[in-house]
Write a protein that binds this ligand. Sequence first.
Ligand code: PHE
Length: 482
Amino acid sequence: MKNPGTGLEGPARGMWSSRFMFILAAAGSAIGLGNIWKFPYMAGKYGGGAFVLMYLACIGVIGIPILVAEILIGRHTRKNPVGAFSVLSRKNRFWTAVGFLGVASGFVILSYYSVVGGWTVDYFTKSAAGSYLEADPGRINEIFSRMLANPWEQAVWHTVFMAATMGIVVFGVKEGLERWIEVLMPLLLVLLGILVVYGLVAGDAAGGLGYLFLPDWGKFVTNAAGEYTPRPMLEAMGQAFFTLSLGMGAMITYGSYLGDQENIPGSALMVAILDTAIALLASIAIFTIVFQYDLDPKAAGPGLVFQVLPLAFSQMPGGRFIGTAFFLLLSFAALTSAISLLEVVVAHFIDDRKWARRTATVIMGTVVWVLGLFSAFSYNLLENVTLLEDKEGQGMPILDSVDLIATNYMLPIGGLFIALFAGWFIKQQVRDRQLLEHSNSRTFYRVWLFVTRYFTPVAVAILILFMIDKHLGIAEWIVGGK
Ligand code: PHE
């Protein structure tokens, strides 16, 4: 059968039913634990406002351009990242390796993503059972620590989450992915709205909003000892990649199922706006409550959502119901992202190695599951194993370390090459056809091309160099004037 995009012979591939479904699916991939679990705790850890603004800047000048680039590459080639780079570069080894880096990132990210996804399912059951209702902050902390300390609980929920992800991916684009996303994403938005209103009314609105939106740049670039560190800037950029599912070809793969008539820039903007809105709404809901209870926004770390929102649920009328619904929807939001991670890996084995969808899903899903067990055990059996150090020089558990490597290095490096490729290496006609034919904004196109060529790669490269340079001290010399 002819491939609708390239006109080349190839097996039939799935397609989204409409542009709306694509936006929903891409937003489903983008919106997930990154927005509701990770963004708030990172904003807390790095001092609020300055981090939030840096993140917003990264979404604008790095995230949106790369999102457009990925969808364009995907729709033109109608392939997974490995296939896409290999076709477009005429089998150039280097570019094909960039595609492989994407598939590898998919493996790595999904392995720990599924563990945290498991926590959300676990909390769904805890909420339904009323476990944390009427508990004080100390007790709520303890419930979270106990969950982390229990290797069985970790392994079981990780397994449940991974099985659900595989169960959906097996059915492919229309039967598997679309059906779920359509119902779940709108519901999540409604529930988040309720929590924001609750936080603003019953929580400390001034404290929470002030922390989130008033920047303190001085603290942003220094650690507790007052020394310069580029880590927060790199984290803000990494978060922009992670939250929009960029730098590893998830959006190339989803773009490859998008119809030829659809407008790419418009869809990309929609996805970016939805994604950013959800991250900000979740943070508002969380920080108004953090300040209400005089909790330390910096100290919470990965436990933040699991410790703060239950406090609100145990106070508000109907909290048990709202809490249960919230963790259920968060599990689904995580699931729609996990699906896209697995889909990249599976699409590669289907397109390029001609595996059956079922075989690819089962085998690759199992490999990811095994890898994920290391993360599942990182706060119990393997708690003494630390891979990297955090901003303050403390050893970090496996899950946190793997997250840092994937988000701050693998995704930005992938994204850097995707931007360079889309900006410089693909043919002008391809770009024109993909971005101009079904969109009416030439201005957007011109700005996009300029930013993607000159700005995005330079910004990403500088941030990565800053990080590598941490040990060389040039940046410190510039920033600190020492
Ligand atoms: N964007 C997802 C989230 O914010 C995570 C993700 C990253 C999904 C990379 C796919 C690819 O939760």
